[in-house]
Design a protein around this ligand. Structure first.
Ligand code: GLN
Length: 456
């Protein structure tokens, strides 16, 4: 813990952390030492990590990357944090992210951007940018993140590390500041599938405080990852595994470097015994408009709670109550958050609800059905995480639609609520890392981790 605290202090310019608490971390480390000295066993006792600043914590401030939550201290811990604390992990602090997890580059953080350690002139991806940077730069071995439309898979890909977003409902959303509740899901970043499996086992499982938490018994994802497949050999651990390649995930516009690295990863999977099959997800392109209607709609509702009364920021001077709300929200929210609140309010308003929101909901169901069709022919689906490698800082800043379009390969799985991973498979333009996206059917985290582990 001491060593990593020094590394964190020395890497301040990367912008990974929004808050570090060395004293608290060292006292937790001492407590972990006591547990270990007493002979307690547990893979995570004494493992330093850090949490995306979207998880509320009672002993450190929580901002969600927004000025709106300035001065806010939660009276409770998010379930994910509570469980990882109980498992003996040591949190060093809170990690930078896009404001309320809205973004793909960490440039929507109200505080400062996070820089990609592979090339500091480039973005690390987002919204869980700080989480990816902290692992990629070796500041902590693992971090938590959240993925609503790709915010774990895309920064993992851009930063050359491994990330997993489980099936919707596997991790509790209790204490995770809500962006789009029907999509939000917690997950992990680490250097390997194995580390992801250990963390995910500890943080997942039913929680009665989240109404969409899935009632399944605690899972040992590491054991599922290591399970031996029928007919597998040491050289071909993936024998019998069918991996579907949706043709829509390999469009002509996919950049050649990403295509090359992804194909190399697929060839590796084949060598390990997997069979590649062609499948189709015909509504892939529609996932973009569908997501950018549903997510803002839910966000506009969720963010109505930030009114200057209950949490964080309140305007200093105002006239009546309405004026107080307006000034508080005008000052507290950044441009992207305001844009989404406006889009969301519009698509939910009378007269537009049927034309936009209801249509989007119907298409969401069809996108999920397309996956079930595809899974008739394969066990996992593979493709790129993003159409390009990490772009330069500032490049996407004035064109939000360009960033939205780059979410094309992560949004379909999110809308369907499926588990997904990003696994590093090579380098693309500028020597930047490229991730392979693996998607599984509901509750197939074990199969995902199994394939990722074999590849590593
Ligand atoms: N890039 C997507 C967005 O801006 C996804 C964000 C996320 O998964 N939190 O909404």
């Amino acid at each position: 813990t001491q060593h990593l605290l020094a590394r964190v202090a020395g890497a301040k310019d990367l912008g990974a952390f929004l808050h570090v608490d060395p004293d608290l971390a060292l006292s937790r480390a001492a407590a972990a030492d006591t547990r270990l000295a007493a002979g307690e066993a547990g893979a995570l006792i004494g493992v330093p990590l850090a949490h995306k600043d979207i998880f509320v914590t009672r002993d450190m401030p929580t901002t969600a990357g927004s000025k709106m939550l300035a001065g806010y201290l939660s009276p409770f811990d998010a379930t994910v944090v509570e469980r990882l604390n109980a498992a003996g992990t040591i949190s060093l602090g809170k990690l930078n992210c896009d404001e309320f997890a809205m973004g793909s580059a960490n440039e929507n953080s109200a505080f400062f951007p996070a820089l990609n350690p592979w090339d500091r002139t480039r973005v690390p991806g987002g919204s869980s940018g700080g989480s990816a940077v902290a692992v990629a730069a070796g500041l902590v071995p693992a971090t938590t993140g959240t993925d609503t439309g790709g915010s774990i898979r895309q920064p993992a890909s851009f930063s050359g590390i491994t990330g997993i977003k489980p099936t919707y409902g596997v991790c509790s959303r209790y204490g995770m500041i809500a962006f789009a509740s029907s999509l939000d899901q917690a997950g992990v970043f680490a250097r390997s599938a194995e580390d992801c499996a250990l963390l995910l086992s500890a943080m997942s499982g039913f929680d009665e405080r989240d109404a969409t938490s899935v009632q399944q018994p605690p899972q040992d994802f590491a054991a599922q990852m290591l399970a031996v497949r029928d007919g597998a050999t040491a050289a071909q651990p993936l024998k019998g595994l069918r991996i579907g390649l949706p043709k829509e995930f390999f469009p002509a516009a996919l950049s050649a470097d990403v295509n090359g690295a992804v194909r190399a990863g697929l060839a590796e999977l084949e060598k390990l015994g997997a069979t590649l099959v062609d499948v189709s997800l015909p509504r892939t392109e529609l996932a973009i408009p569908v997501y950018y209607i549903i997510a803002p709609a839910e966000a506009s509702s969720n963010l109505s709670r930030f009114d200057g009364v209950k949490f964080g920021h309140r305007a200093k001077s105002y006239g009546n109550l309405i004026d107080m709300y307006e000034k508080t929200r005008a000052e507290g929210f950044g441009a992207e958050v305001k844009r989404r609140i406006m889009i969301g309010s519009y698509v939910l308003s009378h007269g537009y609800y049927d034309a936009y929101y209801l249509q989007a909901q119907k298409l969401r169901r069809m996108i999920a059905d397309d996956f079930q069709q595809a899974f008739q022919h394969c066990d996992l689906i593979a493709g790129p995480v993003a159409p390009t490698v990490a772009w330069k800082q500032g490049e996407g800043a004035d064109d939000p639609v360009k960033a939205y379009l780059a979410d094309i390969f992560t949004l379909p799985g999110s809308l369907a609520g499926l588990p997904g991973m990003s696994v590093p498979v090579g380098l693309g333009d500028g020597g930047m890392p490229v991730g392979l996206q693996l998607l599984g059917n509901y509750f197939k985290e074990g199969t995902l981790l199994h394939a990722a582990h074999a590849l590593q």
